[in-house]
Ligand binder design. Sequence first.
Ligand code: PAF
Length: 306
Amino acid sequence: MEILVIGAGALGLLIAGLISHNGGKVTLFSRRSDAVEYISRNGIKIVAQNIDYVSRVKCTSVIERDKKYDLAIVTVKSYDTPEIAKLLGENLNTDTQVLTIQNGLGNAETLARHLGQQRVYPGITMQSSTRLGINEVYHAFNGLTIIGEYAGPPTERTKMLADYLSRHGVPTGVSENIWRDLWFKLMVNSVINPLTAIMRVKNKNLLEVPSVDLLIRNILSEIISVAKLHGHEFDFDECYEKVIKIIKDSGDNKSSMLQDIENKRRTEIDNLNGMVVSLASKYGLEIPVNNALTVIIKGIERTAKQ
Ligand code: PAF
């Protein structure tokens, strides 16, 4: 299988590096020609708890119509999805399937508008990585990736794809209801990302903050009410326990939003808590805790740029 990984951020470098290290054929796409040149020359360096290695991948800043990749894995920031979806729609070979494992809601829908639903697999990942340099990431947690079909239950092709990724260093399961799983991942990111970015702590240190538990519970219960209005029922205790477990499992990671704030980059807040706030207001619901987090992150983004 020929894989094209779209995006050379913390997640893209990790996924490309893992698949290539485990024997897969990978090309990494980045719009930054300096990154393409550097990674082509030096490979991707993955630093994990007990081992470090360099993984060699092909790199490109051009997507060619006649190059038949079997799968493109989209890892770019959610605010870049419209531009990437257009680029893929115009340039990717029509036989190439596309998997999104990005944070936030709305990515699969945007990709499907340019590529067609049949070609798009929505997915989520608990893989946790911190970018250390242009070609270097720290792999904090080898979390599960889950993929599904855009419409309907998983098919033989979904299972084959999950099996391929699992055999190539990216443990992957299939989901009977990926749209519901995307809401659960939204809860994970809406708790971990803004709180760690505001408090400037690694995931594991979040739980040491006095009284943070009530804040986590409030974020979750607001999102669960909006999810219900949107057609997805969740049990509060089950979500709470799973989110706490993910915070601990990914403990050594700096969340992607903390990395964005530290590097003075735009964050994904609009596709996380911000998106839940917009949906809530469409349903006539106020969710003050998620709203406050959205406003605070927007304020931090603004001052970081000045
Ligand atoms: O965005 C992130 O940082 C990641 O999705 C996760 C799983 C929360 C780990 O930090």
